[in-house]
Design a protein around this ligand. Sequence first.
Ligand SMILES: Nc1ncnc2c1ncn2[C@@H]1O[C@H](COP(=O)(O)OP(=O)(O)O)[C@@H](O)[C@H]1O
Ligand SMILES: [Mg+2]
Length: 275
Amino acid sequence: MNAHVLQADLSSALGNGIGVRIDQVLKIFETRDEDEVIALQGTSMTIAPGEFVAVVGPSGCGKSTLLSMVAGIEKPTQGSILIDDKSLDGPNPRTSVVFQSDYLLPWRTVIDNVLLPLAIKRLNVESYRERAESLLAQVGLAGFGQRFPGELSGGMRQRVAICRAIIQEPGLLLMDEPFGALDALTREQMIMDLQSLWLRLKNTVLFITHGIDEAVFLADRVVVMSPRPGRIDLEIKIDLPRPRKWNEIHQDDRFAEAVARVRRRFEERGILSAS
Ligand SMILES: Nc1ncnc2c1ncn2[C@@H]1O[C@H](COP(=O)(O)OP(=O)(O)O)[C@@H](O)[C@H]1O
Ligand SMILES: [Mg+2]
C-alpha cells in the first residue's frame, strides 16, 4: 500500500466537513459547596462545513467546557448546539476529539491504538490496517506500528493520538490544546503536519489553544474568548494563502497584524500586560 492510494481515498472525502452551530449557550457548574461556576454565558458561534476555527482565550475562560459540549460529553445548561443541523444528544459518530494528553492505551501497540475506535465500534479492523500504517507514515511514524506508547516521545505519542482521531475521517475534529505539552520544535512540526492533513481531509476543525501564533497560522478564523464567563470577544478572519510555512509566515505583515490584534485584545482585558 502506498501513499497514493490513501490520498485518493482521502480526497474522496473532500467537502466531508460537517457544520456546527452554537446558539446562546450558558453553562453553569454546581460545585460541591453549592456554589455555582458560570463557565460560559451567551456564547454563540457558527462553524461552516470544512472550516478551520481556532479558539484562543485565557486559562479558565471555558474553552474546554465549550469543546466538551460540542463533543457531546457535557450538556449546556441553556441554549443549543447543532451538529450537521441536528441537535446534539450525546457524542456524534462523525466527531473525533484530540486532548492535550494523548490517552493512548499503554498495553496496545501503536497501530492497535490507532485502530482502537474501529475495534470499539466492532468494525472490521483489518480493512483499516493499511490506512492506519499510511497515516502513521504521513506523520513521520513509518515503522513504529509495532512499538508500544511507552517507547515513544511525547510528540510521537500525540501524533499517534491524531492518527487515531482521523482514522475514520471525522467530519468534525475537535482539538483541545493538542500541542500544549510539546517542546517548541516538536510543536512546530506538528503544526505543519496538522496543516497538511487538514488540506487533504478538508474536514471541519475546532482547535483550542492558548498559542496565538499557532491559532493564526492554522485557522481560517480565530475566535478570541473573554475571561470567564467566556463569551466570544473578537473574531478575526485569516485570509493568508495555504500551504502556509511556519518560518515564512512570521515575515508576513498580515500574520503579524492578526497576532497583534489578539494580543491587544488580551491587553485590554488585562490578560496580558502591555509593558
Ligand atoms: N466539571 C466541573 N465542575 C466544576 N467546575 C468546572 C468543571 N469543569 C470546568 N469547571 C470550571 O469552569 C471554568 C472553565 O473551565 P475550562 O472550560 O476548563 O477552562 P479552559 O479550558 O478555558 O481553561 C473554570 O472556572 C473551571 O474551574
Ligand atoms: Mg482547557
